[in-house]
Design a protein around this ligand. Structure first.
Ligand code: AMP
Ligand code: ZN
Length: 457
């Protein structure tokens, strides 16, 4: 079946075929490890995981790279401000390495809690300075750079196709927010290498042909993606905020260095927003996976919540919406516990499911098909189980922990149920209700059916 994906570079849905036989090279822009990732960031990695799993579902082998930005990402996207890592070092009184290690571990832990499959490589910017310098030298040799008092800049006016991704020309940028020009020639020009401030020793700096300094933020992703995946590779991915600056500049660097774009498909997820607005620390509406767990949510409910929206649609986060997602997931888990062992599968649902996810990752539709199948009692539970576990290869909701896994009731809860049965036979409804409450406090709920008491988590 054809796999169609929306390519931000061509602004159309295109049929996906790997450039190298059946092996997909995929690069997802990783975190800047100066703080805990928030749930918006984690939406980006969930979308990347969804795409990776969908490739695998289509029988393509995937090689995934997620970089770790541990230098060069400044507090402003226009090459101004301080390095976010240095801000964190000062805040916490730690070395750059300690900061990077700590927040990289936090990131990997969140990936794990959300059942996001690990990447094959997690290259760090600081461990690839030589590759970045080499790339800048190539761009310089090809005549795309100039030097200012504070660094080596890419001259975007030399590249007629600059703006291809964002559709934004340098005049548009000037018309918008104030752009720091300093001695840059064009507002869209960006730093490839920044010089260390004179007279002071910077905490993170390296020797280069242009003097001591550090790389600009964009060069790491071009240099490391080409190193690990060889150009051209299939997919480059990130959140939509990367379209106008980071990815536009990456494309410029690839042309400047190698005369061609380094990736074929450019895929961008839209934002997670809160009450219609941006998530930000200052508004107090920025949450982490830990915040969800503290409030009693299973991280998998957040995964389910994210899958409920198309990756190219904005998704509004509210606690009520997360609660609904958790309830739906719990209902699904309960539903499948007493199913028979997987066998055969339901071909018609599998076809429809594949059609939905191969249609630019239409997960809302895929989930609707999943529910239709789960509730279709005309199909044996064994067949539904088989197909559901297949769907979960894409959805990653850990449903194999539930399908056919009957609930193991602790002895004390069974005892309470026996007592409740006796009370009900004696028509002692008060005692029966009290016991139901006691059972509930132990994390189970009982329902009275014509076959007797039914217990669920
Ligand atoms: P950063 O660590 O800031 O480089 O961001 C890591 C990833 O998260 C990038 O792909 C961003 O585009 C993405 N991202 C940041 N904020 C959000 C958000 N609110 N919703 C979805 N993705 C986001
Ligand atoms: Zn990047």
């Amino acid at each position: 079946m054809v796999f169609r994906l929306f390519n931000s570079l061509t602004k159309k849905e295109e049929e996906f075929q790997p450039l190298k036989q059946d092996k997909v090279g995929m690069y997802t822009c990783g975190p800047t490890v100066y703080w805990f990732p928030h749930i918006g960031n984690m939406r980006a990695y969930l979308c990347s995981d969804l795409l990776r799993r969908t490739f695998e579902y289509n029988n393509f082998e995937v090689e995934l790279v997620i970089n770790i930005t541990d230098v060069g990402h400044l507090t402003s996207d226009s090459d101004e401000g301080e390095d976010k890592m240095i801000v964190a070092m000062r805040r916490e009184g730690k070395t750059a390495l300690e900061i990077a290690d700590f927040y990289t571990q936090a990131f990997l832990r969140d990936l794990n809690r959300l059942n996001i499959k690990p990447a094959h490589h997690y290259p760090k910017a600081t461990e690839h300075i030589a590759e970045q310098i080499k790339m800048i030298k190539d761009i310089e040799r090809n005549g795309f750079t100039y030097q200012t008092s504070d660094g080596i800049y890419f001259d975007t006016s030399k590249l007629p196709q600059y703006g291809i991704l964002s559709g934004q020309k340098s005049e548009d940028k000037q018309a918008g927010a104030r752009v720091e020009m300093k001695d840059k020639k064009n507002s869209t020009d960006f730093a490839l290498w920044k010089f260390s401030p004179t007279g002071s020793q910077r905490e993170m700096e390296w020797e280069s042909p242009w003097g001591k300094g550090f790389p600009g933020w964009h060069i790491e992703c071009s240099a490391m993606s080409i190193k690990y995946l060889e150009m051209p590779f299939d997919v480059h991915m990130g959140g939509i905020d990367h379209i106008p600056v980071h990815h536009e500049n990456e494309l410029a660097q690839a042309i400047g260095c190698c005369g061609a774009y380094h990736a074929r498909f450019w895929i961008h997820n839209d934002f997670l927003i809160v009450n219609g607005g941006k998530m930000s620390k200052s508004l107090g509406n920025l949450f982490t996976i830990d915040d969800l767990v503290v409030k009693g949510f299973d991280p998998m409910s957040y995964r389910y919540f994210v899958l409920g929206a198309h990756y190219r649609a904005k998704l509004n986060f509210t606690w009520d919406a997360l609660t609904s997602a958790q309830n739906a997931l719990r209902r699904l888990q309960k539903n499948v516990r007493d199913w028979d062992a997987p066998a055969i599968g339901c071909a018609k649902y599998e076809l429809r499911f594949l059609d939905a996810i191969n249609n630019d990752l239409n997960t809302p539709q895929a989930l609707a098909i999943l529910w239709e199948m789960v509730e279709d009692t005309s199909q044996p539970t064994s067949a539904r189980a088989q197909s559901l576990l297949k769907f979960d290869l894409v959805l990653g909701l850990c449903l194999d922990d539930f399908v056919g896994k009957r609930l193991e009731i602790p002895e004390e809860v069974s005892e309470l149920m026996r007592k409740r049965d006796e009370a009900r036979q004696k028509k002692d409804w008060g005692e029966s209700d009290r016991l139901r409450e006691e059972i509930k406090n132990k994390g189970y709920s009982v329902e009275d059916t014509d076959k007797g008491q039914k217990i669920t988590e």
